[in-house]
Write a protein that binds this ligand. Sequence first.
Ligand code: SF4
Length: 108
Amino acid sequence: MSEHNPSRRVFLRTAALGLAAVPLARFATHSSRAQAQDLPKAEDGHALDYVNNAADSEHEKYQSGQKCESCAFWAGEEADGWGKCRHPQFSDVLVNAEGWCNTYAPKG
Ligand code: SF4
């Protein structure tokens, strides 16, 4: 005797796909975080007159209060005040939330 219940079959198939997706999602999240943590921390002068402490900048464009954390290029903190910057000049390093470079752009 065979059981033909299409809605039960659809439910089981959907549940199986959902369960299979969970480990993949975890892997993707873990993988991108691991990549960010593998990046070196930018040093003063990395590019665009970058400094790790905005207050140290003597650049003519720098204005008090500006820092990576409030910049439109800031991609969010990864750990301990360090995070990614979306500007291509900083794609291979982490920048400091308190840092600054001459491409600073306030968040809109
Ligand atoms: S563009 Fe410059 S100021 Fe803005 S987050 Fe990147 S390094 Fe910091």
